[in-house]
Structure formats: C-alpha cells, structure tokens
Design a protein around this ligand. Structure first.
Ligand SMILES: Nc1ncnc2c1ncn2[C@@H]1O[C@H](COP(=O)(O)OP(=O)(O)OP(=O)(O)O)[C@@H](O)[C@H]1O
Length: 810
C-alpha cells in the first residue's frame, strides 16, 4: 500500500507536522520552515512563477508515500518515501499538467529527480519517453522482483508482527501470539487463532465479542445489529468455522477411541453445513471471500452461488460438496427448485444465515427466500406447525442455528421495543410480527435467541462525518465536479437512485476528464466485477453506483461517499454512508440536496434522530470556472448523445429492415442530402470547437477567481495561507521580491491536498436539520420581527402625536 495515511495513523513525527498544516497541507519536513510565509516565498531566494512560467522539466513533486507494515493496526514501522505520489494512482483528468500538479503536495525546483525524468519532458517527447520508459520499466521490474522476494521472507516488525506478502502481492500480517490476547476470552480454535493472527486483527470488534460466545459456545441463535463495517461477517463466520472444526476433531477422536471405527472411513461425503444468504451478488462473493480468508488452510470448502454467472460452473462447484454455500436468493432457489442434490439434502445443515436481513424482506427477494426457507428441515425449536396445522414437538430436534444480521434491523418498525420484550413474547402477539421476525421464526429461530443490538440511536458508524450541500437541481453536477476536482483525493463512491442519473453523471465527469467506474444492476456480471476490481485497485478512484452497491461492500479506504440523489429510505442512506468509515477508520458522506429533496432530507434526518448536520464547505470562488467547464461539458454531451441516438436509430432501421428483407432507401433528394451533410459538418465543427475550448480550460488547474492567476492555489490552501498568498501577490506586483533571482526556489501549492473529510473538519458549519425546530425558530423570528415593527409603529405614532400636540400648543 502506498497511500498517504489518514491523520490518525500518522506517527508522532507526522503529527507534529500536522500542526503546521492545519489539516490542509502535507509538508515534508525539509520544506517546513519556521515561517510558512518564507516557505511560500521560496525562503531567502524568493520568487513565484505563474503556471505558464513553469517548465515541467525543472520541477519535481515532493509528496510522500508512507508504506506501512501492519498499517491497519497502526504500527509504528512506516517507511517514508520522498518520491512523488504515484502518478498511476491518480485520477485521470484528461489534462496531463493538472494531474501532475494536482497529485503533488508541494512542487519545488528541488523535486525528486526520478519524477523529473519520468514526467519531465513534454508530451512531444512521447517516442523518446517510450524507449526510456521501457528501459526504466525493465529496471523497475527487476527491482520489484527483488523487493518482492525480500518481502516474502517474512519481516519482523517492531511490535513483533510479521508482514507477509504472498505470490499475488497481497499483504497479510502475522501477529505475535501475545498480540492477539484479547481474543483469548472467546476460546476460538487454535487454527482460527492462527487465521486471526494472519489477518492482523488484534482484538475482536464489539459485535464479535458479543456474538461469538453466544453462537459458538452456547449454541444460540443470534439476531445481531451493529454499525456498518463493524465486522459482522466474522461475528457469524467464526462460530460457523469453529463448530465445523470442533466436530471434525471430535469425529477424529472418536475414530481413534473406537476400535470398530478405526478401519472405517468417516465423513467421506460432506453434506452442506452452512447456508448463508445475502441480497446482492457482490456481497455474497465478498462474504464467501471473507470466510475463505478466515478458513484458509483449514480444509473447509466455501463456494459462492450467485446469479449472472455460469449455471453449469456453479453446478460443478456444488458437486464438490462444499461445507458452506454463500448465495443470493434467486440463484439459490433456481438450483434448489431444480433439485440439486447438495442444496436439497439439508438434514445436516447446522447454520442458516440471513445477512442484511432487512433487505431480504423487501421486494425482489422475499418470495424466493420464503421458498428457500420452506425447504429447510423443520426444527422443533421453531415450534413450526406441520401441514395439518399441529405443532410437532416430537419431531427430531435438529441443532441448526439461525443467524440474522444487519446494521439496520433496529430501524424497522418498533423492532427495538419488541426485541426488548423478547422474541417469544413478541411471537405470542403474532398479529404484530414484523416480517423479519416471521422469516426468522419460519427459518427455525428459537425463542431463546441471543439478541445483540449494538447500534446507537443514529445507527451510523462512529467515525463517519456526515454533511450536506444545498443547491439547485441543475447545480448538482457542478458541486460534484467541485468536490472531485478540488478535494479529489481518496477513493470516492457516488450514489444515484436511478440508472439514468448514473449514466448522465458518468458521461459528464468523463467529458470533464474525471474517469469513473460504474456499477448497476443492468450491467453484465463480468462488467460489475471488473468495475469493483478497478475501483479497488486505485486509491483515488471514483465509483458511481446505484443502491446495488449500498449494502455490505467492504472496499478498503473509501474516503468519501456522495449521495448525488437521496435514497428512498433511511436504511439505504445508512448502508450507503457505511461504505466509508469502516473498521474504525474515518470517512465522510456528503448529501447533495436540491429543493425537491428537502422534505425527504429532513424526514431522513428526523428518522436518524439528527438535530443538526454540517454543511460541506464550498469555496464559491471556484464556482464561476466550475460552471464554465460544466456548461461546455453539457453542450458536448448533448452533441454526442444526439449523434449516438441518430446512429442507434439508423442501426435499428437497418437491423429490422434486414430481418424483414426490405431494402432501405436512405437517399434523400439532392437538396436534402446537401442540407444534412452541411448540418453534420457544422455540428462536428461546433463539437470540435467546444472540445478545444474545454481542453484549454482543463489544461489549467481549477483556480479560485479571487486569487491571483500567478499562483497555483487550490483547496489545499487554508484561509491563513490564502491571505498570505494574496499578500505575496501584492508584494510581487510591487516588485518587492527580487526579480532577477531567476534560480530562486518557489513553491506551488497543489490542488488535491485536502480530502473532503479534512475540509469538512476544518471549516464545515453545523446547521439545524430538525424541521420542527427550524419552524419554531422561524416562528419566533417572525414574532420578534412583528413585535419590533409594532414598537416602531407605536414610537412613530407617539412622535407624530407629540409633534401635533406641540403644534397645537404653539
Ligand atoms: N476484529 C477485527 N479487527 C479489525 N478488522 C476487522 C475485524 N473483524 C473484521 N474486520 C474487518 O472490518 C471490515 C468490515 O467488516 P465486515 O464487512 O464484516 O463489516 P459489516 O459489519 O458486515 O459491515 P456492513 O454492515 O457494511 O455489511 C472488513 O474489512 C474486515 O476484514
């Protein structure tokens, strides 16, 4: 990993730097001087240059890449590289220069030489660059191989942990036994403890701490609710693995003890032991992956059964009789209803899990899920009635455990209250059962299930910072572009409710030079997975998704979630926002609210018990330029859409004509032909012109209107520094700074320095979002205003009367 670490992961040295940066700039130590002002002016040597004056070959970037061993666990061994932030990790902006500058922290003459070599020459040197590039790539390759080899030989960290890099380059952590002592109380199998050490999890998360004893040692059913990203997957996954391991050992012991069994082969056929159902394909694949990681080298076979993938391949997987199947309801039911042996012989099923249970009861899943549940063997614990309506306590009790998990279960109607009363008593009032309860009951959930609700009133992740931007419907794109280009650091997820909005957003951003990946339900599964993969692969990437990506997806280091369109429910808002600030990291969400979203937004805030929320700080000085670019992008988009629509129409005619065996005659009259040709030419010329104009804008970094164009200043500039820059600008204009000092050092402040979270923390303002309170305040303000007006009127009247009296008295 080569990402700059978030502030809380910084070592103490970095912390001291933070004081100077105010969360907005990341200086390197060498650049820190006592007087930041002198730094900006290039110290003794002084001298600013405008963007046009910068010769790329003369400057490098000073950024920092902190490579962390055991980074997640905040260990202290972090390598700092003075080299630039890897350009390959940067978002493509369609503008080479802006991306170069944007990626850096501070640009100086003394930039690192390698960077100079890599990017130094201008675009015309492509061929030369190509050859040099190959040579360099060769050198780098060799170096990488050496490094990889070195890393594979485990390295002992300062705290005794060992970072291991496997053949695929994936890093795993081997913590020392004493470092995972917090897990000891959970009495997990030694092999699982090894997995935990390998995964680098020093301590169980609260939901794991609460669930594992109940599920793994007391054999209880569990209804579990905890914030997004809090480790619920392993909260149910570890008890499953634990029981499978224990049973396997028990069987082996029995075999050893019992002479009769000694010659017999036990457990040749492995039946299905755990069935886990998740609402989306990506989530099912992820849960499967998670369990595979935790059960690595334990000989426990886990497979995913999800739609959008080859049915034959999945049947082949099932033939290998996996112990655990993780699937989506649709595909699972398809295979179950076709009588696939491994999925219908469920007498040995020991676990049935509903992940994201509250989503399962919504439209689209419910019926398939119901059918799956009806296939499960009846357990006496459920008190299920037989077909003739009689409860059958005599039925053989199967020790199947049912786990029902979600971050938002507690949000469903009165669920908390019912949970407090206890499942059995709520069941007696069967008229009021919620669907989750009905489902759980039907699945065999026992009345003594452990109910573990660790969610707080707002049900949001602890370290999530929420915010919003109010704007017109038409301005949403502008603010989106503003956030991505001014605060364009870190992985960002943008959520849309409709596919049409998603397509529009992605097209506009692409024209504006910001590449993004898209994910929605109408995409082919292969493309969905590719988008996820690409998104995971770049620490500054952007994913625009519909709510298909809202739940459960665990993509590391998503720093910002943007609600471009508000979701339909508070639950979805929570899950969307929960794609960031996972596993005790921080992150922020920004809801972009237009007037028509307001009512929805306020009721959403109300259901999440929010009284106030931060307004995302927007520097309006950027907006004229943002709007200009956006207007050009929209025009280009209209042109391209029109021409692709025409092409699609033409193709449609041709295709259908061919199918009908009809000859199409597109030939217009000569006059019409010339006219249409002229129109095409003119629109293509217009398109070219627009594109050129936009390109010219994109070549320049986005700058605030109010600052001198002589400075490359961006969002990385705190108010204090902005003031200093303006001051310098004035001084420079007066000629205070030595003009002849051509070789002087100078500094360019890059744009992409401040993540939205940091901007929010440094200048976001709390605003009341409680509609009743707002109305109340407004009412009081109106009363006060009226009172003042009355007082004024009275005073005026009194004065008038006094004047009149005075006149009469005269
Ligand atoms: N004990 C632990 N210590 C540190 N990290 C953990 C621990 N357990 C799980 N994690 C990590 O935390 C992240 C979130 O876990 P997981 O996906 O299970 O969260 P979740 O609660 O299911 O989230 P959601 O509600 O969004 O589905 C994962 O990357 C996982 O590897």
């Amino acid at each position: 990993m080569s990402s700059p670490l978030p502030p809380e992961k910084s070592n103490s040295k970095k912390k001291s730097r933070k004081k100077h940066t105010k969360g907005s700039l990341q200086w390197t130590d060498s650049l820190l001087s006592e007087d930041p002002f002198s730094l900006l002016s290039g110290g003794d040597q002084g001298g600013f240059l405008s963007l046009e004056e910068i010769d790329e070959s003369e400057f490098g970037l000073i950024g920092e890449v902190v490579e962390a061993v055991g980074e997640e666990k905040g260990n202290k061994k972090k390598k700092k590289k003075a080299s630039s932030v890897s350009n390959s990790n940067k978002r493509k902006r369609g503008d080479e220069l802006s991306s170069e500058l944007g990626s850096g922290t501070v640009v100086t003459e003394e930039g690192d030489k390698e960077e100079k070599k890599r990017k130094g020459n201008n675009r015309n040197n492509d061929v030369k660059d190509g050859v040099q590039g190959k040579e360099e790539a060769g050198r780098k390759n060799k170096k990488n191989k050496k490094e990889k080899k070195k890393k594979t030989n485990q390295k002992e960290g300062t705290s005794g942990e060992i970072a291991k890099v496997d053949e695929k380059g994936a890093k795993s952590f081997l913590l020392g036994e004493d470092e995972v002592y917090e897990w000891n109380a959970l009495r997990l199998h030694p092999s699982l403890m090894n997995s935990i050490r390998r995964l680098g999890f020093r301590e169980p998360t609260p939901i794991q701490r609460a669930c594992i004893p109940a599920a793994a040692h007391q054999g209880k059913d569990v209804i579990g609710a905890a914030e997004t990203g809090s480790g619920k997957t392993l909260a149910f996954g570890l008890p499953i693995l634990q029981r499978l391991l224990e049973e396997r050992e028990k069987a082996a012991r029995l075999k050893l003890e019992d002479e009769n069994l000694a010659d017999k082969k036990i457990d040749t056929e492995s039946p299905l032991r755990a069935l886990i159902v998740a609402p989306t394909r990506e989530l099912a694949l992820q849960v499967c992956d998670h369990l595979k990681q935790a059960g690595k080298s334990l000989d426990i076979y886990v497979v995913p059964i999800v739609g959008g993938m080859s049915l034959e391949k999945q049947e082949r997987l099932l033939k290998r009789r996996p112990h655990i199947v993780v699937g989506t309801p649709g595909r699972l039911w398809e295979l179950m209803s076709s009588g696939h042996q491994h999925l219908v012989e469920l007498n040995s099923l020991s676990f049935f899990v509903l992940d994201e249970a509250d989503r399962m009861i919504e439209g689209g899943h419910f019926h398939e899920l119901q059918s799956i549940i009806d296939m499960l063997p009846v357990t006496s614990g459920s008190g299920t009635e037989s077909s003739d309506g009689q409860t059958e306590p005599s039925m053989q009790r199967k020790k199947r455990q049912t786990f029902v998990f979600s971050a938002t279960i507690a949000l469903s109607d009165n669920f908390r209250k019912k949970l407090k009363r206890g499942l059995s008593s709520s069941r007696s009032a069967s008229g009021g059962l919620s669907s989750i309860e009905t489902l759980s009951e039907r699945a065999g959930m026992r009345p003594d299930a452990a109910i573990i609700d660790l969610t707080n009133a707002s049900i949001m992740a602890n370290k999530l910072e929420e915010s919003f931007i109010e704007c017109g419907e038409e301005e949403k794109d502008a603010y989106l572009y503003y956030i991505l280009s001014v605060h364009g650091q870190g992985r960002t997820m943008i959520f849309c409710t409709s596919i049409a909005a998603l397509r529009h957003t992605s097209a506009i951003l692409r024209i504006l030079g910001i590449n993004s990946w898209t994910l929605h339900a109408q995409m082919q599964q292969r493309a969905r997975l590719k988008a996820m993969d690409r998104f995971r692969g770049n620490e500054n990437s952007v994913l625009i998704a519909t709510d298909v990506a809202a739940r459960g997806l665990d993509i590391p280091h998503v720093r910002t979630v943007i609600h471009y369109q508000l979701p339909h429910s508070a639950e979805v808002y929570i899950h969307r926002s929960g794609r960031t600030a996972r596993a005790s990291t921080d992150g922020c969400s920004i809801a972009v609210i237009s007037p028509k979203d307001k009512t929805k937004f306020y009721s959403l805030c109300k259901s999440l018990s929010k009284e106030s929320l931060k307004q995302f700080p927007v520097d309006n000085a950027y907006m004229p330029e943002v709007m200009k670019r956006l207007s050009l992008a929209r025009q280009i988009d209209r042109f391209t859409r029109k021409s692709s629509q025409e092409n699609a129409k033409k193709n449609w005619f041709e295709k259908n004509a061919e199918a009908l065996g009809v000859d199409l005659d597109f030939s217009d009259s000569e006059e019409e032909g010339t006219k249409s040709m002229k129109e095409k030419k003119s629109s293509s010329a217009q398109l070219n012109k627009l594109q050129q104009e936009l390109d010219a804008h994109l070549k320049r970094p986005l700058q605030p209107r109010t600052l001198s164009h002589r400075y490359l200043a961006g969002a990385g500039v705190s108010p204090v520094l902005q003031q200093q820059l303006e001051e310098l600008s004035k001084r420079n204009a007066k000629g205070d700074i030595a003009e002849n000092n051509k070789k002087s050092r100078f500094v360019v402040i890059g744009q992409d320095l401040v993540e939205p979270l940091h901007a929010l923390r440094s200048s976001g303002q709390e605003v009341c979002v409680n509609l009743e309170k707002k109305k109340e305040v407004q009412k009081r303000a109106d009363i006060w205003k009226r009172k003042k007006q009355d007082e004024k009127k009275r005073a005026h009247e009194q004065k008038r009367k006094a004047r009149k009296r005075a006149k009469e008295g005269m």
